[in-house]
Design a protein around this ligand. Structure first.
Ligand SMILES: Cc1ncc(COP(=O)(O)O)c(C=O)c1O
Length: 360
């Protein structure tokens, strides 16, 4: 850059959005690159937006998000002061990092993990301490504990982890919490928690009731299928939540998003049936790929991870030719979202062809 700017920005890669479905003549194609929910919005959610938000877009939204906040507080049995909204949990995480860490401070998180973490940490001027995942793709909790020092301001746990789809066990989460000083915050980013079927998974809200230094980040983007509306929330002790609100983008969460979130909470049972269907599809894919001889981490989110290493680029082109856009991490692997049944069938077919041709 030819203008004066913060040098730290040069050290971070820009966020890469999952590619759109490839345009192929005469073939239906699918976007399975962004861990989105393939189901269209529920009619009741669309109706709520029409009835309660569309004719009000000349007005600013309620900045306190009271309708959603009070509803979430009731559902989680916490005080409304403990709920903080953001335009997506990406903003919630940004608020927290901005509140806690600046130049000279360290933020510990697993790597690979959600690619926004390094961007958010660098944006705050703080230092990322990335802890390599274990060979099975899971968090290396011992190494995360060993990295804690007097500069540590935040530790992030991503359960299930994006992109490896691994689950963090309750035992590991508790071991971490025991080791963390009580004035250092631990963020449990549970964007995909509704898909986590691991019997021994950590549940951050259980820990939250025991430890004062936990923040839980959830989103309406995944299980609730509202990715395009940008709404997520954090649950934190009132003083932390108040600090986060100060760091929020004023009026960042639109009224449309707030209305849709409440309507989605009202339709939770119906939405969770969709989650169950996606979990079923995930099981079907895993079974088929295991039968083909694939070795990859058991997935606990609405996506799975193929650690293809050197073969990543070749595999991606095969998926693309079949009409599938996947999320590629150059030289490391491919993350594939669970999509429509037809997309999942194609994934299984491509994976078989990769095996047949010795690419994997
Ligand atoms: C691990 C993780 N956390 C948080 C998010 C943020 O989602 P949103 O900002 O849509 O709530 C994502 C999105 O992909 C994610 O993968």
């Amino acid at each position: 850059m030819t203008f004066k700017h913060r040098a730290i920005v040069d050290t971070i890669p820009a966020y890469k959005q999952g590619k759109p479905a490839p345009a192929l003549a005469g073939q239906r194609s699918f976007k399975i690159s962004s861990n989105e929910n393939p189901y269209p919005p529920l009619p009741c959610v669309q109706k709520a937006i029409e009835d309660q938000a569309l004719d009000r877009i000349n007005r600013y939204p309620d900045m306190s998000g009271w309708q959603v906040v009070s509803r979430l507080a009731k559902d989680y049995e916490v005080d409304p002061a403990e709920i903080v909204l953001g335009c997506g949990s990406t903003e919630v995480i940004t608020q927290l990092v901005d509140l806690l860490a600046g130049p000279g401070d360290e933020v510990i998180y697993p790597w690979r993990s959600f690619e926004a973490y390094p961007i958010i940490v660098a944006g705050a001027g703080a230092t990322s301490v990335q802890i390599a995942n274990r060979p099975d793709g899971g968090h290396d909790i011992d190494a995360m504990i060993a990295a804690i020092n007097s500069r540590t301001r935040l530790i992030i746990v991503n359960n299930p982890n994006n992109p490896t789809s691994t689950s963090v066990s309750n035992a590991d989460a508790r071991r971490l919490m025991k080791a963390v000083p009580s004035d250092v915050i631990v963020l449990f980013d549970e964007a995909y928690i509704h898909f986590n079927t691991a019997a021994d998974t950590s549940v951050a809200m259980d820990l939250y009731r025991e430890y004062p230094n936990i923040v839980v980040a959830h989103t309406f983007s995944k299980a609730y299928g509202l990715a395009g509306l940008r709404i997520g929330y954090g649950i934190a002790r009132a003083d932390v939540a108040a600090g986060m609100r100060k760091m929020s983008i004023p009026f960042g969460v639109t009224q449309t998003a707030q209305v849709a979130a409440v309507a989605s909470l009202d339709a939770k049972d119906e939405l969770m049936k969709r989650v169950q269907a996606l979990i079923g599809e995930r099981g079907r894919i895993v079974k088929a790929l295991r039968a083909q001889g694939w070795d990859f981490p058991e997935p606990y989110a609405n996506f799975f991870w193929l650690p293809l290493g050197e073969q990543t680029a070749e595999a991606e082109s095969r998926f693309k030719a079949a009409g599938l856009s996947t999320r590629v991490f150059d030289g490391e692997g491919i993350r594939i979202s669970i999509g429509e049944t037809e997309a999942n069938d194609k994934v299984i077919e491509v994976c078989q062809s990769l095996k047949d041709d010795g690419i994997a």
